[in-house]
Design a protein. Structure first.
Lengths: 440, 615, 172
């Protein structure tokens, strides 16, 4: 078997490893589009503020890992795919035969049509190379304009903040993280940012980017509200789009992303797709969607690989979920955080202390959630949503006291004998077990 | 290291909070919790002050072992001048609150002044705030706990709060933490209410470190082993709770019954530990559902009980159908033997109400029983009681009185005065079974002579927890003494008082002393904190604390004349049981006790004693 | 032989000795807020439930980690490598059991690692509610059953499990 994997992000690497795992004798080739070892885009913010070096962003630390796994890792860009001849041609001129092909090319940042966006100091934050550029321009106290306060924009915001930059963030939507959380949460995040000295301009567009005056910062940024601001660096984070341009004429159908079936197979024979480049099923809606998050890329990568290797594996769908640390204020959202069409909501708001919790129910099931300022056992929200457990009487309790969700989780996930209370029981200390922890 | 070294001072009048370093010299002299906080209190308040006025202070204090893995290391105490007694008040509680306070980084929190409006104190590590409590003023302990956790979206907070009784100055209101553990006695809850402080919520994420980790693990593990091997702490208490005593004390003829008119209760068996663990004939379930430990406790004597849903107390009241903190011995006795009620479910319900509204069940039960006697004598009538037929043995009357007192409504307002004030009001002060205004608990001073001296000399008014000579006189711990004689009891009481004061200052539970002596405890304390803590040093600290408390009471106006039992115990002999024909021999024990204490014949510590102890 | 913590909630008294032992072992101090095991108090149902990571076969946390900071050791234990963890918290939302927690004071995550084979919590438990047993032995456990239930979205194999052939039974 000859497997070719196009893309060396989390989806691609996971797929390659899974294939090796289930098919020890196959030939596996993985192609990265960038001159780097396979790395994680998610880790770039930590590189920017110096928590890790470049090697800290690598998906696998051991440089021999891919050799050990007998995964041939090469670099090049996709030229074209001939799905009938089962050939993939690369920009390097190399042409690869495959039995099964996985497309895992991820997404690309959208470039907003702002005049001047090609100027020096205007960057996206998507690749390791981008990060290197940002590091060049973002010094301590540098004025920086961040365009876009979505989920990824907000992550970049924190990195720039921790680097010591003076930040203005510009967002077209009326609030921050508009596609991850509601007005209350977005408003809290905005207030929090302001309290940390970040200037937040919502309902605002960047209209122009121009070279700064002599002796002034490199750039001058014009806003739709008529104001303008100087900047040493402008970071564009207005969204991403699946990276599928090279598929024109390949027989692989695309929509906003590559169209896949429940086995992550594309419309072309023996071609699969995984990660940010495709539209997998969103478990909350049952509909295809491009979720563009790391855990989904990994999940896709593994399931696609299993299917490629003939272990038929149905993909039920992935849960949309995000966690965000905004200068110490941690927020998260899961599933249908906007609420079900017909459902009930439990909500607690503490504006003074930047705490928020909102649970969305459909029937007696949890279908969505968002939290600000809560981290302990937060994964239980995923557990409850993804398993679709009936909450029974706990739903009513949660409607009144959503903060008791951990108890609810334990109560339903570890359903004790449901009829009648537990037989009374008494616990006495054991003798002789106090050899105990060693002490420090 | 053991101590966090930090004290939080909260001025309720100005609404300010402030951190200050712990006085480490005092820490060496008074160890922590009861001793150390009392030292702060006596230095800072006028002993003559009005306990419910703004000049009184309220201190929440942990000990050096609080928040460690030493068994039972989760205790805290509330120290103030008590409104029931006008004496020093120090009420100790378990649950999880104390450890959480320590984890937040505080040895002690001193609350002073009086807030102009209802507030609650919210402490999250270093951050302390006084927040508006108008939404919870007028609600129960249980509602308050729920409201605060929801407000802060944090179910891992621990809350100590008063119920409606505390807000309304019921003189034996408790401060209840973790829903059913209480700093129960002497009316500390009323002091909290008088300050317009509804609750104290805490969340701590800072660690507690000990001086010598290795030695600490050795000492605490050894200690746990001793507890596990001991019959009382290893099986009696976990299996039966303190209720293990109900039948035993009754058989010993030392169970005050119907306001101490009798010393044995014919219904004791119906409300005993055994009854709690026997399936009910009505619904086949047991009253006792399981046992629960307090923080770090390897004994786990706590009772978690469930009331029969069909019982008259809770029928159509599903809010009481869940399990919650059930009866322990003192409460079962006070609400049961003492009022002549043998309905286990009714007593459990009354206990739930005590938890829900923050009442001390001992003083409550004893006050109701005094009122019952006044009622039977015709001094109180249904006119005062609002129609309640307040006869001994009437379970419905007991329940109604408990509810009314919890909410400080109707006749409950009078009951809320405590038995001493109530009996005085109706012309029979002798019918109050109290010392220094505080009702005594479940041991009759005629049947267990040492307890008579214990009650009479207890610094916080009648109390069993200041020197539990029952351990020696009934259980033979550390050695058996005869409960019916007075000889040797003065020394026994003094030894118990001093040791207990030290234990109460360490952050652990006094029940450990069924198995532990200071020889077991000192190494744990010593490994936790600096200072070379030997058993002798602890005993000396205990004695110092005792004398300091005594001096406070002396300045507050108490004299040797207040070391007195109710005349009934001194004059009316027990009519049944082993103590038949006996009265309390307090008059024989007291002079010897004063002498052993190094006090004058009037019960005042001499200057030599005070200087020997550096009080 | 794989060993695991077997939790018998029926024996738990909610004393929290396990939480203290865990925090002492892993943080060098008594600090239940940073314990990897937590006891939930259902006293209204007369039930106390100690709860921690089951070292689930799916290793959701490990799969989600962008920098391979969580790996599975030879005993099947999922271990966080502090030197690699960037603190992104994705594992905390990915673990459907909620047993990876963020530790704000270090900026990294914490989870149970079975104390390298000598679990402090089970040693400290006074009632035998937490024991360390061979996985195959009796009743391990409701949690595992549940882990499988919740796995119906994906397979039972983690992406970083390098050994060939192990996954032959996956899928379907
Ligand atoms: C700054 C930042 C922060 C993020 N933070 C989070 C977060 O906190 N949580 C989260 O869940 N997600 C986060 N994400 C998103 C997450 O990184 C992506 O969802 C994830 O990387 C998708 O993985 P993938 O394998 O599908 O694609 P990618 O990681 O994008 O990998 C695509 C691979 O394909 C290669 N490639 C692309 N085009 C071609 C071509 N034509 N020919 C050959 N090779 C090609 C690329 O070089 C790359 O190797 C973040 C992203 C960024 C940029
Ligand atoms: S932390 Fe969660 S996902 Fe990770 S091994 Fe444990 S249970 Fe599984
Ligand atoms: S928080 Fe650390 S261990 Fe968890 S996913 Fe992120 S880098 Fe990995
Ligand atoms: S095994 Fe160790 S790390 Fe895991 S919960 Fe127990 S004490 Fe904590």
């Amino acid at each position: 078997m000859k497997y070719v994997i196009l893309g060396a992000g989390p989806a691609g690497v996971t797929a390659a490893e899974t294939l090796r795992n289930v098919d020890p004798t196959a030939t596996i080739t993985m192609i990265g589009g960038e001159p780097e070892p396979p790395y994680s885009r998610m880790a770039l913010p930590y590189l920017i503020y110096g928590k890790v070096g470049e090697d800290g962003t690598y998906l696998r630390q051991d440089p021999k890992h891919y050799d050990d796994q007998r995964i041939r890792y090469i670099q090049g860009r996709a030229g074209g795919i001939d799905s009938r001849a089962k050939k993939l041609s690369l920009s390097t001129g190399e042409v690869l035969d495959y039995d099964k092909l996985l497309i895992a090319t991820g997404a690309n940042p959208i470039m907003p049509p702002i005049p001047g966006s090609n100027l020096e100091g205007v960057e996206t934050c998507w690749t390791l190379e981008d990060a290197r550029q940002i590091l060049k321009y973002a010094d301590k106290d540098s004025p920086v304009v961040l365009v876009g306060a979505g989920f990824i924009g907000s992550i970049i915001l924190e990195a720039l903040y921790l680097r010591g930059c003076k930040i203005t963030v510009v967002e077209l939507a009326p609030r921050m993280v508009a596609r991850m959380m509601d007005e209350t949460a977005g408003g809290m995040l905005g207030r929090w940012c302001e309290s940390k000295g970040v200037k937040v301009l919502t309902n605002t567009r960047v209209d122009s980017l121009a070279k700064g005056e002599e002796g002034q910062p490199r750039l001058q940024v014009g806003f739709s509200n008529g104001e303008s601001a100087p900047a040493d660096l402008v970071v564009l984070a207005v969204g991403v789009r699946s990276n599928t341009g090279f598929l024109v004429g390949s027989g692989v159908k695309t929509n906003t992303g590559i169209v896949v079936d429940n086995y992550l197979q594309t419309t072309a024979p023996d071609i699969y797709a995984a990660g940010d480049c495709c539209e997998g099923i969103d478990i909350s809606t049952g509909k295809p969607d491009m979720l563009a998050i790391q855990p989904v890329a990994v999940e896709h990568g593994r399931i696609a690989a299993l299917n490629m290797a003939g272990h038929k594996h149905h993909h039920r769908g992935s849960l949309n979920m995000n966690v965000l640390d905004t200068m110490g204020l941690i927020s998260s959202s899961f599933g249908l955080w906007q609420g079900a069409q017909v459902g009930e909501t439990a909500k607690l708001v503490d504006e003074d202390n930047f705490k928020y919790m909102k649970l969305e129910f459909e029937g007696d099931k949890l279908v969505g959630a968002q939290c600000v300022g809560m981290t302990d056992h937060v994964g239980m929200l995923r557990g409850l949503i993804q398993t679709g457990f009936s909450l029974g009487e706990w739903k009513d309790k949660l409607l009144v006291s959503p903060e008791r969700l951990r108890e609810a989780y334990l109560a339903v996930a570890h359903a004790h004998p449901t009829t009648g209370p537990m037989a009374p029981h008494i616990n006495t200390p054991r003798v002789g077990n106090h050899a105990g922890a060693s002490g420090h | 290291m053991g101590w966090t070294g930090k004290v939080l001072r909260v001025n309720l009048t100005n609404g300010t909070v402030q951190s200050e370093p712990l006085n480490m010299d005092w820490a060496q002299q008074y160890l922590g919790q009861r001793g150390l906080a009392t030292k702060y209190l006596v230095e800072e308040i006028d002993a003559q002050c009005d306990p419910l006025g703004p000049d009184n202070k309220l201190i929440f204090a942990t000990g050096p072992l609080t928040g460690t893995c030493a068994s039972t290391g989760g205790r805290y105490s509330v120290i103030t001048k008590g409104p029931l007694t006008n004496a020093i008040a120090c009420s100790n509680s378990g649950g999880y609150f104390g450890a959480e306070l320590k984890f937040a980084g505080w040895d002690m929190v001193i609350l002073e002044g009086k807030s102009p409006k209802p507030v609650y104190l919210c402490v999250t590590d270093d951050k302390a705030e006084l927040l508006d409590a108008s939404d919870i003023w007028g609600t129960s302990v249980w509602k308050t706990d729920e409201w605060i956790k929801a407000k802060h979206q944090d179910p891992m907070m621990h809350v100590a709060t008063i119920g409606i009784s505390g807000e309304n100055g019921v003189l034996y209101s408790a401060i209840v933490n973790d829903l059913h553990r209480a700093a129960g006695r002497s009316g500390v809850g009323a002091v909290m209410g008088s300050k317009n402080l509804k609750a104290f919520a805490v969340r701590g994420t800072k660690g507690v470190k000990v001086r010598d980790g290795r030695a600490f693990m050795k000492a605490t593990n050894d200690g746990k082993q001793v507890l596990a091997e001991n019959a009382v702490t290893g099986s009696g208490l976990p299996t039966y709770g303190t209720q293990v005593l109900m039948n035993a004390i009754n058989e010993a003829g030392a169970s005050p019954t119907r306001n101490s008119r009798e010393v044995q209760f014919e219904g004791a068996h119906d409300i005993s530990a055994e009854a709690m663990a026997t399936p009910r004939s009505t619904d086949g379930e047991k009253n006792l559902q399981t046992n629960q430990a307090c923080f770090a406790c390897t004994i786990a004597c706590g009772r978690i009980s469930k009331i029969d849903e069909k019982h008259f107390t809770v029928v159509n009241k599903p809010e009481y159908w869940h399990s919650s903190g059930g009866l322990e011995y003192e409460a079962a006795w006070a609400l049961g033997n003492n009022t002549g009620v043998n309905d286990l479910e009714a007593l459990t319900y009354a206990q739930f109400i005590c938890n829900e509204q923050g009442l001390d069940p001992i003083s409550l039960g004893a006050t109701i029983s005094a009122a019952m006697e006044l009622f039977e004598l015709g001094l109180i009538t249904t006119e005062q009681t609002g129609g309640i037929d307040l006869k001994f043995g009437n379970a419905e009357a007991l329940v109604k009185c408990t509810e009314l007192t919890g909410k400080a409504e109707g006749f409950g307002k009078e009951l809320g005065l405590g038995s001493a004030r109530l009996c005085a009001k109706y012309g029979r002060p002798d019918l109050s079974m109290s010392v220094k205004g505080q009702e005594f608990p479940a041991y009759d001073a005629r049947g267990i002579q040492g307890m008579g001296l214990t009650y009479a000399t207890s610094n916080r008014g009648a109390c069993h927890l200041r020197s539990y000579t029952v351990a020696s006189e009934m259980l033979g711990i550390p050695e058996k003494t005869d409960p019916l004689v007075t000889e040797g009891k003065a020394g026994l009481v003094k030894a118990f008082q001093d040791a207990t004061a030290a234990v109460d200052s360490a952050g652990i539970c006094v029940f450990t002393t069924f198995a532990w002596t200071l020889e077991d405890i000192a190494p744990q304390v010593d490994a936790a904190v600096e200072g070379g803590w030997t058993p002798d040093k602890m005993l000396e600290v205990g004695e110092r604390i005792w004398n300091m408390e005594r001096m406070f009471n002396h300045r507050a106006g108490f004299t040797g004349k207040d070391d007195m039992l109710p005349p009934r115990l001194m004059k009316e002999a027990a009519q049944t049981g082993p103590a038949k024909g006996l009265v309390s021999g307090l008059d024989k024990m007291l002079p010897e006790y004063y002498q052993l204490r190094g006090w004058t014949a009037d019960g005042v510590p001499t200057t030599e004693t005070l200087s020997r102890l550096a009080v | 032989m794989l060993k695991a913590l077997v939790i018998d909630a029926g024996k738990c008294t909610a004393c929290k000795q396990c939480e203290m032992a865990c925090s002492l072992e892993n943080e060098g101090e008594f600090n239940v807020a940073k314990s990897r095991i937590r006891v939930f108090d259902f006293h209204t149902e007369a039930r106390f439930v100690p709860y921690t990571c089951t070292q689930c076969a799916e290793a959701w946390c490990q799969q989600a980690c962008p920098v391979n900071a969580i790996t599975t050791d030879g005993m099947g234990v999922k271990v966080v490598h502090d030197n690699l963890c960037v603190g992104c918290k994705v594992c905390t939302i990915a673990c459907p059991f909620g047993t990876v927690n963020y530790n704000a004071s270090t900026g990294k995550v914490i989870k149970c690692d079975l104390c390298g084979g000598e679990p402090a919590c089970s040693d400290a438990c006074p009632t035998g509610a937490i024991t360390y047993q061979d996985v195959e032995q009796g009743g391990f456990d409701k949690m595992k059953v549940w882990a499988t239930q919740s796995a119906n979205a994906t397979t039972t194999e983690g992406p970083n499990t390098p050994k060939a052939g192990q996954a032959s039974g996956t899928g379907h």
